[in-house]
Design a protein around this ligand. Structure first.
Ligand SMILES: [Ca+2]
Length: 304
């Protein structure tokens, strides 16, 4: 194993400490719902036709016996083994940094899954993501509220809320909502430095506060590793450097949680640790810290 590889392995020894317990999550209100007829009281008006990967393998009907609120809900019946999609006609202009919350009440007493999410589209009308902010549920015996909150990534000009799922299922849905949220004061990031760096004899580690990514320069070889901000879902709201550590205040968009991160660079060795903690529960996997995309192109480590 050459020296560079040895050094690289040592660089990527981050320590992920995540402490999350109990959280109160803000709810989308009826005010500002951008989806017309999200409660299906006007039947399927304003909703696109049901789509199934296997043509003819499913449908949506208006159920007048089972409703979460009002007199009607939509019942999705899917007999196929693959995926399906059901979405309102709503497509909303959006820009990077906008925050949206999706909400639906669903009942899924049998097999199958349902995912609340949005597809995102660039200014040329090309798809960017099919499952932004995806929140997936299986087996919901009673009416259950599902929510998803996401921050619009760079390069997105429009969002399209949707429900998708996989497999044979009968799912009741009602009170679907899409709300654009005000960015909280804590996330407005006044007086935030653009970047903070730590340096020792071997490494220079830089945090970009605009997208919460980390870049690492090996000062001995000139090699640089850069994280890619893939659906990080966090916003830096505070950043401070002192001694050999950087403290970050982070806002986790989908949960509303405030997280704290500490990056510490060893005084001598080509190593740093990254710790992350917060109090609360999060609705899905935490996709942070971001991946070091450039490391994917590095040669494979030698077998042990
Ligand atoms: Ca209803």
């Amino acid at each position: 194993m050459n020296r560079e590889m040895n050094a690289k392995r040592k660089i990527f020894r981050p320590v992920w400490k995540i402490l999350l317990c109990g959280l109160v999550c803000a709810a989308a209100s009826d005010n500002g719902n951008l989806v017309e007829n999200g409660g299906f009281e006007s039947g399927l008006k304003g909703w696109r036709p049901f789509w199934s990967r296997q043509p003819g393998a499913g449908r949506v009907v208006v159920d007048e016996q089972v409703a979460h609120s009002g007199a009607r809900a939509a019942r999705i019946e899917h007999e196929g083994a693959e995926d399906w999609s059901f979405e309102p006609e709503t497509r909303v202009p959006a820009q990077s940094g906008d925050i949206f919350e999706l909400e639906v009440w669903a009942k899924l007493p049998g097999p199958g899954s349902v995912t609340l999410c949005a597809s995102t589209w660039d200014a040329q009308g090309r798809n960017v993501s099919w499952t932004e902010g995806g929140r997936t549920a299986n087996r919901l015996d009673g009416w259950t509220r599902l929510t998803s909150r996401f921050m619009v990534p760079a390069g997105v000009a429009q969002i399209q809320p949707r429900l998708i799922g996989y497999g044979k299922a009968t799912i009741w849905v009602d009170d679907f909502a899409l709300v654009k949220l005000a960015v909280p004061n804590a996330a407005k990031r006044s007086n935030l430095p653009a970047r903070l760096s730590l340096t020792n004899a071997a490494l220079a580690v830089t945090v970009e506060t605009s997208n919460a990514t980390i870049a690492v320069l090996d000062r001995r070889t000139g090699r640089r590793w850069q994280q890619t901000p893939v659906e990080a879902g966090v916003m830096v709201t505070g950043a401070r450097a002192a001694g050999n550590r950087i403290d970050l205040d982070l806002w986790h968009v989908s949960s509303g949680l405030e997280l704290r991160a500490v990056l510490e660079l060893d005084p001598i060795l080509p190593e740093f640790t990254f710790s992350l903690e917060g109090d609360g529960t999060i609705p899905g996997p935490l996709r942070y810290p971001c991946p070091f995309a450039s490391a994917l192109r590095a040669p494979s480590p030698a077998p042990n």
